[in-house]
Design a protein around this ligand. Structure first.
Ligand SMILES: [Zn+2]
Ligand SMILES: [Zn+2]
Length: 338
């Protein structure tokens, strides 16, 4: 079958890969659409990952059921499904506490196991969610990304949200803007260096768009709150400046949630963190509950995805990776279609 084969940093090729066979408990999926994730890009640029090489990445995908193992119930050929790619053990103490996103034994479909940058994938039936009629498979490929933002908002320790700052307006940041709008925030300030992304953020509900290449972001956002700071910061850029900015932008007792990966060490001013009782939280993926909620928010039209999507054929995957890594231009979320 046709697939994108990853051979190492900056090495992605469109080529042939052996067709998967289904094991007990598994379902064979015909991939309709698979998104390129920030994590895929980090690994493409050289971030170390315990993923096999050569291998097939892609963990943000939706498609239709082609076949099921004899012991699988609840799915029929032709069913439209989206894959929750974090496979957890269900046995460790984190899973038993409902924190399946922190599972000690988890693996990723599209990481340790072959993923959706291919015509077909075999996945555990327990990883599948049905896609409602009014959601296209292309839109459903973004459920995974939205589920990550949904989980991030659940880390908020600031109570009622009146003011939110979103640093970085990639797909995560643009979902955060919309979740802030759903939460009823009156002030939703977004910082970003790419003008197109700022324009999309405003279209999706941001009240203030700040070009980080031209303005001092901390100064600009503090001015919007009479110097007090915001209830919640979503840090979705993963840079030293945005991480430090996140802590400087908080009101006393506020929460900063760090979504983005990024290997650079960052120093934080504890002389403001301690007396201001700031909450700094990391966030890791999602649970099945977050995944279900993300499907519902998209199917109800409460969260909009179409302005984020650029569709490309799987064959153009290598060019898409290179463009996203060097100069994304107007691309926000690239969806590859086999
Ligand atoms: Zn992802
Ligand atoms: Zn576990």
């Amino acid at each position: 079958m046709k697939s994108l084969v990853f051979g190492g940093p900056h090495d992605v090729r469109f080529g042939e890969w052996e067709e998967p066979s289904i094991l007990p408990g598994q379902v064979l999926i015909k991939v309709a659409a698979c998104g390129i994730c920030g994590t895929d890009l980090h690994v493409y640029k050289g971030l170390p990952a315990a993923w096999p090489v050569p291998g097939i990445r892609g963990h943000e995908f939706a498609g239709t059921v082609l076949a099921s193992a004899d012991d699988v119930e609840g799915f029929q050929d032709g069913d439209r499904v989206v894959v929750q790619p974090l496979v957890y053990c269900g046995q460790c103490r984190f899973c038993r506490a409902g924190q399946t996103n922190l599972c000690a034994n988890m693996y990723l479909i599209g990481g340790e196991q072959p993923g959706g940058f291919a015509e077909q994938v075999a996945v555990p039936a327990s990883s599948l969610f049905k896609v409602p009629e009014n959601l296209s498979l292309k839109q459903a490929a973004l459920v995974e990304t939205l589920a990550t933002s949904v989980h991030a908002f659940e880390q908020n320790q600031s109570g009622i949200l009146r003011s939110v700052a979103v640093l970085g307006a990639g797909a995560q940041g643009l979902f955060a803007v919309q979740l802030a709008r759903l939460a009823g925030a009156k002030l939703i300030a977004v910082s970003e260096t790419v003008p197109h992304r700022l324009a999309v953020a405003q279209q999706l509900g941001a009240t203030n768009a700040i070009n980080a290449g031209q303005e001092d972001v901390v100064e600009a956002i503090l001015a919007l709150t009479d110097g007090e700071g915001v209830d919640l910061v979503i840090e979705a850029a993963g840079k030293v400046a945005t991480r430090q900015g996140a802590t400087q932008l908080l009101r006393p007792g506020g929460t900063a949630i760090f979504l983005a990966l990024g290997a650079e060490l960052t120093s934080i001013d504890f002389m403001s963190l301690v007396p201001k009782e700031l909450h700094l939280r990391g966030t890791q993926c999602y649970t099945d509950a977050d995944f279900s909620l993300a499907i519902e928010l998209l199917a109800n039209g409460e969260i909009i995805v179409d302005p984020l999507i650029t569709e490309m054929s799987l064959e153009n995957g290598p060019a898409a990776f290179e463009a996203l890594a060097s100069n994304p231009g107007e691309m926000i979320k690239v969806i590859l279609e086999p």
